[in-house]
Design a protein around this ligand. Structure first.
Ligand SMILES: O=C(O)[C@H](O)[C@@H](O)[C@H](O)[C@H](O)COP(=O)(O)O
Length: 310
């Protein structure tokens, strides 16, 4: 079948390639001329035969909203828009309702797999009506990981793809996935730090590597930590600064709304905020208070740099 794909960056570019390898025709648009197959959304829509499927793979928020709105003015009844970015699930109903006024369908797809997806396939968590999802299914089949017949996973054919529910369910499932991702990375990171903190352990990368087979905590993230430690055994080349793109915050927001206790995921989110502080105002206050009530020692701040009068 034909697919229109908007956004050909790290994710979209590889997805175009994977879908093409499965024998489908992909017409790609990106703002960067060196990546694009066509040079406008109008040209992309014009190159596809109805009913069209157009997959949006641009950053969440305004770029996705603007693209969906533009497509609403270009597509026609019976076409389907897929948002495959990391959009907040609450955006999906807004997008679906907007497109529904023109009879255009909408499917939200949480996509996991990062830069490895071209090789390994992309896990897909999908929301939308049965009818709209069915129109996109050949593309989902091309993108998803092949079912591993050797695997002992109890998921069987259910591994790597789910139609999780109506519009919004795909991005909600992906949001929770990412919350779990935060907490798992945090747990591996904390374990790594303790191993590295003691003289008793002489081969930290070796311990981590040994855990990748047979243990209860083996996982793909652990494999990636082994890889990172092979490239940079003491992680000396990077600083402990971690960004977040919103999914962890939305997961914790939902946990609060539904009174779901989420100590591990919320702690891992807050650890990222801490990672971006040079000097914690909270801990300054704690140190100041200990000093006030108990005369406990504080560490003097580094002398402020004196401005060069020249
Ligand atoms: O499953 C995936 O492939 C990842 O979850 C991916 O989608 C993730 O969103 C970004 O790599 C960074 O997310 P953060 O900036 O929130 O860590």
């Amino acid at each position: 079948m034909q697919l229109g794909l908007i956004g050909l960056g790290k994710m979209g570019g590889n997805m175009r390639e994977r879908v093409r390898r499965a024998g489908h025709e992909v017409v790609g648009y990106d703002r960067s001329p060196e990546l694009q197959d066509v040079d406008s959304l109008e040209a992309l829509v014009g190159a596809l035969q109805a009913p069209r499927v157009v997959w949006v793979m641009v950053p969440a928020g305004d770029p996705t909203r603007e693209t969906v709105e533009a497509l609403g003015n270009l597509l026609e009844a019976g076409d389907v828009v897929v948002d495959g970015g990391n959009s907040k699930f609450t955006d999906d109903k807004v997008h679906a309702d907007l497109l529904a006024t023109k009879g255009i369908g909408y499917v939200d797809a949480g996509v996991s797999g990062g830069v490895w997806g071209l090789q390994n396939g992309y896990a897909l968590m999908v929301g939308g009506s049965k009818e709209d999802v069915a129109k996109v299914q050949p593309i989902f089949d091309a993108l998803k990981p092949p079912v591993d017949k050797e695997s002992d996973s109890p998921a069987g054919e259910g591994a790597g793809f789910v139609h999780a529910g109506p519009v919004g369910a795909g991005h909600f499932a992906k949001m929770v996935h990412n919350g779990i991702e935060y907490a798992m990375m945090q747990a591996y990171g904390e374990g790594y730090e303790l191993l590295a903190a003691v003289d008793l352990i002489e081969d930290v990368p070796g311990v981590v590597a040994s855990w990748t087979q047979g243990t209860v905590i083996r996982s793909w993230l652990l494999d990636l930590l082994v890889r990172a430690l092979q490239e940079d055994p003491g992680l000396d080349d990077i600083t402990g600064w971690a960004a977040d793109s919103g999914e962890g915050r939305w997961t914790v927001e939902q946990a609060i709304e539904h009174a779901v206790p989420m100590p591990a995921i919320s702690a891992s989110l807050f650890a990222r905020f801490s990672s971006r502080q040079d000097d914690s105002p909270t801990m300054k206050a704690v140190a100041a208070l200990r000093n006030q009530f108990g005369g406990h020692a504080v560490q003097a701040a580094k002398a402020r740099e004196v401005e060069d009068p020249a």
